[in-house]
Structures are given as structure tokens and as C-alpha cells.
Design a protein around this ligand. Structure first.
Ligand SMILES: C[S@@+](CC[C@H](N)C(=O)[O-])C[C@H]1O[C@@H](n2cnc3c(N)ncnc32)[C@H](O)[C@@H]1O
Length: 301
């Protein structure tokens, strides 16, 4: 059996197990078994456990055998395959970032930007001007690895790192790809604390549910972290309440989230947004939005 077929069979089995687990009798037996299996690092992608009301509740349920944060040595070595390539779901980000850079935006703040994965991957597609500056905020173990890698990979020295999320203050564009879900604060809470919040916000690959906000725990091997899923209307409403408007939104169908024993909390896509703060006298007005999305969402949805 080839590795590909073996993987396919395993993922089918996982799906069947997820669905069978919804039956009350099966659940009685399967849940403690699953909880026990969840205590080990999950090596084939991600596994999820439980539904919780708060970050702290989820964190209290992380197995003591696993790190509850990304702030571990191995985290800086993840995703390195993306230094030289982007994913299908990155294209809306690349599109909007290109337009913003062309329109004169120069200071990019990358929330949860890892070792600068997006900075490196996007530079094959976005022409970075000499004076572009890209600041990554991430956990200390990852920013340390990022500074080390940048010595070799960023001779132009556009990329830098900070341990302070408030360093977002005064930046032109905040980008955040696949990271909001790990934070113990929301995007709107961060933006609300800034004196000069970024005018442009590009959010990508964020797990959201049509109606429910909750936390689960994601076991990704190097760690098992509290994982936030927000209801789409709550997320959008909170950012809009700060004066931003949605310029574009898209859905990425290549990511989903299945939580055994909690079928109604599962999601079959991740979300992306471009928000713009239209304060008076703004110098950068982009044209009307163009359909750049992997799959366009009805604005009223
Ligand atoms: C799935 S990775 C996404 C990385 C990158 N943005 C990308 O596009 O692939 C999640 C990132 O969030 C970071 N992260 C997790 N907890 C964080 C925190 N409390 N503050 C800042 N970054 C955090 C992780 O270290 C990791 O780099």
C-alpha cells in the first residue's frame, strides 16, 4: 500500500470514528479512549479535543504531558516548506497586499507571523520596495528562531521581530494569517488598545463558525494549544465597531475543523477578510473590491 493510500484510509477511518462517536453508547466508551490518545503528540496534522467557553478553561484541560503554547524550541522549525512557496489560500492576501504596497503602504505588522513565513513566501509574488518594512510579532521562541534565519534569508534587512503586540501601533497594514485562533485576546481587543491602529487589516485562514463562538484544544504535535473559533457575525461586528469596513472576504475550503463528539461545532472552511479604516482625510482609498476570493461569500451572510 502506498503512503498516499494509507493516509487516505486513515483519514477515512478518522471521519467514520468522528461520526460514530456521536452515537450515545459509542461515545460513552470512545470519549475516555480519545482523551487518553490526545495526551500524546499528534503527528499527522492536527487533532482537536473538547468545547470550552473561555481560553482559560481550554488551557486548564490541556494534557500536562504537552506544552500549552507555541513557545517551545521546535515551533521555529515548522512551516519551512513555505519559505519558497505560497498556498492557494494565500492568493487573496497576495492580491490585496500587492495593491496596498503599490498604493504606497510601507509598514507591515505581521501578527503571529512565525519566522517571517509570509514575508518570505509572498516576496516571489509581491514586489517589495526598498523602503518596505515588515515587523513580525510572535512568541519568544519563534521570534528568536526568526532572527536567526533572517541573517541568512533576508539580506535586504526589511524583516524584523518584536515580542510586543502593541508594536502594531502606527503600522499601515496589519496582516494575520492562521494565528488569531491561538491568541488569548481578540483582534478587536488589540486594535482597541492602539493609539494609531493600522488602516488596513488582512486576516487569513481563521477558523470561524456561522453562529457559535467557542474554544477547543488543538494538538499539533509540538504543543496542544487553546484554539479560538469565533462566530462570523461577532468577529466582523467587533472590528466594524472600531470604524473599519469590510472591503473583501473569502472562504478557504482546504481547511476544516472536526471535533470528535461535538459535530455541531465542526466547521468545513476557514475565513479571510480585508478591513479598512476609513478615517477622514485618508490618503489611500482603494478602488471598489474585486472578486479575489477562493470562494466569494454573500455579503449579507
Ligand atoms: C499556524 S501558525 C501561522 C504562522 C504564519 N502566520 C502562517 O501564515 O503560516 C500560528 C502562529 O501563531 C503564533 N502564536 C501562537 N501563540 C501566539 C501568541 N500568544 N502571540 C503571538 N503569536 C502566537 C505561533 O507561534 C505561530 O507562528
Amino acid at each position: 500500500m502506498t503512503i498516499g493510500i494509507a493516509r487516505h484510509v486513515r483519514s477515512k477511518l478518522k471521519l467514520i470514528a468522528c461520526e460514530a462517536a456521536e452515537l450515545p453508547i459509542v461515545r460513552l466508551v470512545a470519549e475516555p479512549l480519545y482523551r487518553r490518545a490526545f495526551q500524546r503528540p499528534f503527528q499527522e496534522g492536527n487533532a482537536y479535543y473538547g468545547v470550552f467557553d473561555s481560553y482559560d478553561q481550554a488551557r486548564a484541560e490541556v494534557p500536562t504531558s504537552l506544552s500549552p503554547t507555541y513557545d517551545v524550541a521546535g515551533a521555529g522549525n515548522m512551516y519551512t516548506d513555505r519559505i519558497d512557496r505560497i498556498r492557494v489560500s494565500d492568493y487573496p492576501m497576495v492580491y490585496w497586499l500587492s495593491r496596498l504596497v503599490q498604493a504606497g503602504q510601507r509598514r507591515i505588522f505581521d501578527l503571529g507571523g512565525h519566522i517571517g513565513i509570509s514575508y518570505y513566501g509572498f516576496r516571489r509574488h509581491v514586489q517589495y520596495p526598498e523602503d518596505l518594512r515588515w515587523l513580525v510579532h510572535d512568541v519568544p521562541a519563534v521570534t528568536a528562531a526568526g532572527r536567526e534565519r533572517a541573517r541568512e534569508l533576508d539580506p535586504e534587512q526589511r524583516l524584523s521581530f518584536t515580542d510586543s503586540r502593541e508594536a502594531a501601533d502606527g503600522h499601515d497594514v496589519l496582516v494575520c494569517s492562521g494565528a488569531l485562533q491561538y491568541l488569548d485576546y481578540t483582534l478587536s481587543e488589540l486594535l482597541g488598545r492602539l493609539t494609531t491602529p493600522p488602516q488596513h487589516i488582512l486576516v487569513n485562514l481563521t477558523p470561524m463558525h456561522p453562529t457559535r463562538s467557542y474554544f477547543t484544544i488543538q494538538n499539533m504535535g509540538v504543543a496542544a494549544c487553546p484554539y479560538r473559533v469565533m462566530a462570523v457575525p461577532e468577529f466582523v461586528g467587533a472590528v466594524e465597531s472600531l470604524g473599519y469596513t469590510v472591503v473583501d472576504r473569502w472562504e478557504s475550503l482546504e481547511r476544516d475543523l472536526r471535533i470528535p463528539f461535538f459535530a455541531s461545532y465542526s466547521i468545513d472552511r476557514y475565513y479571510g477578510f480585508y478591513f479598512r479604516l476609513d478615517h477622514a482625510g485618508s490618503s489611500t482609498r482603494m478602488n471598489e473590491p474585486v472578486d479575489t476570493s477562493c470562494k466569494k461569500v454573500n455579503r449579507a451572510a
